[in-house]
Design a protein around this ligand. Structure first.
Ligand SMILES: [Zn+2]
Length: 118
């Protein structure tokens, strides 16, 4: 996974964490939410403008904007991707999107260590 996509993946994780903590309402310290907001802002400033725009567009539709490909199938929409794209994902760390749902894709073996994949 390339550095840009890794930043987006970390951003997505923090956004989901914020969403989860917000559901807990008064049980969460305001300072914790503020800290999380700062981290999210910091990450957003690290991501390039185009990629951030794409992420924001996808995040309005999906909670998972970056998904692995397994057996040539996007794990977001469960549709098969073209074999050529699957080969590129296996051999490079370029950023590609699913031709069906638009989510960012990565080959499982390019997943960062902090992403648990079965
Ligand atoms: Zn897809």
């Amino acid at each position: 996974m390339n550095k840009d996509l890794d930043l987006v993946l970390r951003l997505e994780g923090l956004v989901l964490l914020r969403r989860g903590l917000a559901c807990m309402g008064p049980y969460v310290e305001r300072a914790a939410l503020d800290f999380l907001e700062e981290q999210i802002d910091r990450l957003r400033r690290s991501v390039s403008g185009d990629l951030l725009s794409q992420y924001d567009r996808l995040a309005r539709k999906y909670t998972n904007t970056i998904v692995p490909v397994s057996e040539n199938t996007c794990q977001g929409c469960d549709r098969r991707i073209p074999p050529r794209l699957a080969r590129l994902l296996e051999s490079t760390t370029q950023t590609f999107q699913c031709p069906h749902c638009g989510r960012f894709l990565f080959a499982k073996h390019h997943a960062p260590a902090y992403v648990p994949l079965t």
